[in-house]
Design a binder for this molecule. Sequence first.
Ligand SMILES: Nc1ncnc2c1ncn2[C@@H]1O[C@H](COP(=O)(O)OP(=O)(O)OP(=O)(O)O)[C@@H](O)[C@H]1O
Length: 705
Amino acid sequence: MSEPQAPSSASASDQDPAGQPITALRGVGPQLAERLARLHLATVQDLLFHLPLRYEDRDTVRRLGALRPGESGVVIGRVEHAGIAEGRRKRLIVQISDGTGSADLVFFHFHPGQRQQMRPGTPIRCFGELRPGPTGPQMVHPEYRLGPRASAGDEGPHGLTPVYPTTQGLHQQTLRKLIDQALALARHMPDWLPAELTRELGLPALAEALYYVHKPPVDADTAPLVEGRHPCVQRLAVEELLAHHLSMRRLRAHLQAAADAPTIHGDGRLTRRLLDSLPFALTEAQRRVDRELAEDMTRSVPMLRLVQGDVGSGKTVVAALAALRAVEAGYQAAIMAPTELLAEQHWRSFNEWLAPLDIPVGWVSGRAAGRRREAMLAALAAGDYPVVVGTHALFQDDVRFQALGLVIVDEQHRFGVHQRLALKEKGHRGRSQPHQIIMTATPIPRTLAMTAYADLDVSVIDQLPPGRKPVKTVAVSETRRDEVVARIGAALAQGRQAYWVCTLIEDSEVLEAQAAEETYAALQAALPGHRVGLVHGRMKPADKDTVMADFAAGRIGLLVATTVIEVGVNVPNASLMIIENAERLGLAQLHQLRGRVGRGEAESSCVLMYHGPLSQAARARLEVLRRSNDGFEIARRDLEIRGPGELLGTRQTGELSYRVADLNRDAGLLPRVQVLGDRLQQAHPERVEPLVRRWVGASERYGQV
Ligand SMILES: Nc1ncnc2c1ncn2[C@@H]1O[C@H](COP(=O)(O)OP(=O)(O)OP(=O)(O)O)[C@@H](O)[C@H]1O
């Protein structure tokens, strides 16, 4: 009889022995499988990518006299004395020595026969961590062997023993045995990275790398392994980063292939009039990004472009130009902002620019209800509003457009991949899909953006309008509050305007609002003769609007606010900002807040007020802000201090949780990952799917077709 043939439809990953569920391994029943699942270990390859935390040398015999406290090691000696110590907890104490030193072995759990076995003079081999004890060095619950077996060596090759991250009820020994089984299968695991590529990178093959990280030789230098700098760990990290990158690329290809976008060739009729009406000329960076957007929109493939620009770099006018291009070609454009406050701000800017061109700007928010909302929806469906601004409410099911050609999402720093997908669904009308621009004020270092957002093209407005002066930033202790208040008084007297930002660490709008109200009352009392305003998230929208409008018009001198003003607020005459509890905020948020000043001609300042004493990390953060006004530089430092998960917002951490790779440590690999992605896709397109499947969890494989 001939060998059974593998079905020809089997995908490459079906033939991968490491793709099997963990229960395929000997000894894994439901209970063990459940414990392994707590560590996110569900398949054989999950186990292989579960790397040791550290390694122990259980082969090399150490001299007791040379073992330092805190060190673990194997010791061979003789029992000197064994006795039971009474006291709070009964324990067996066995004194041993090896001629170079002595130590106490301490057992809190012991059986009566154990003491009898420990006769003076009996040879003993034990492994444990030496710690200082009340009567000299001790090992608590060491592993040990007695008698003639004590001095016999271990069978099998010598090597370091890995210690794995584990969970309650799962012993190291169990994990080690399972990983041994998995390693036997790893020899038959396909290596999706072609040998010529790994050779070029100077990295080992997959099976070799896996074997080495789990079973390094006894003389291996473990520091590079533990810290992830070793080529064997780097090999795995490259593969993982590549898999995520390819998954994102595939998502984009999928989205773009699934739909056609309108080809938008604006005739310049409206954009030229807008440019002529502006009191300023575009910066070179604005012009470049404008061209990139215009070019993308001429294609029938839906545009998906991230526009990054530092605070105050002038993203809004670039968005308005793109919207006008859509209008010139007979399409509608929708602009969506994450908060009411920001949406209103955009509506005001758009209206100011577009009304003179006879382009009415519609408004859709969660607040508008009843007949006004219905009338607006009818007008949008009829195409009476070529441009509309709003909040998430714009994407509710009942919002219909006559011909939506462009969606601009001002996500600031609050967007995530899944959210982007949801929005695309909403914008979808049959096979035709609008172009999409996502604007963000959070500068993301380019390599990180390219990996985390490989599904987007990226444009960067990397230049500020001319004449902007850097905001002078100082860190001041809260104990000098009176001086700060006096400084505000002086600025107000000169006709300048100021913000006082109240921040709290608790994520509570109620507490934050309370703090703002108290500060507001105190500042009103301290600054008689000046108009002080208050805005926070708990106020009625209409009241908030009034206060913001008064501040924008200069009728209010000092605005006490919560972090609701963090993004988008644009009042160029405001030139002084105080940020309370600055030590508790992240760099990106502080930079955003500070970006509300320094928007006009006047010299601006920002006072970072802290409650001392400062932790080292807080001091480092404030120092970064004091020295730099450059959002990209600040983001780079933020990446160093906090890591990419934080930098991208907590929502992103799940999406960026890697098993082996670490974006901080491996940032240097990212440019290579790009190139590898191109080459793999060209030379071995059939390997992309199994590679992605190997590393990227099912829930994250959004690109799956
Ligand atoms: N090229 C330019 N020259 C001078 N001023 C400009 C230029 N472009 C934009 N501005 C003005 O700069 C200010 C900031 O622009 P805008 O609000 O678009 O910034 P932004 O990039 O959205 O910043 P943020 O993220 O802080 O909201 C506005 O008052 C705008 O009119």
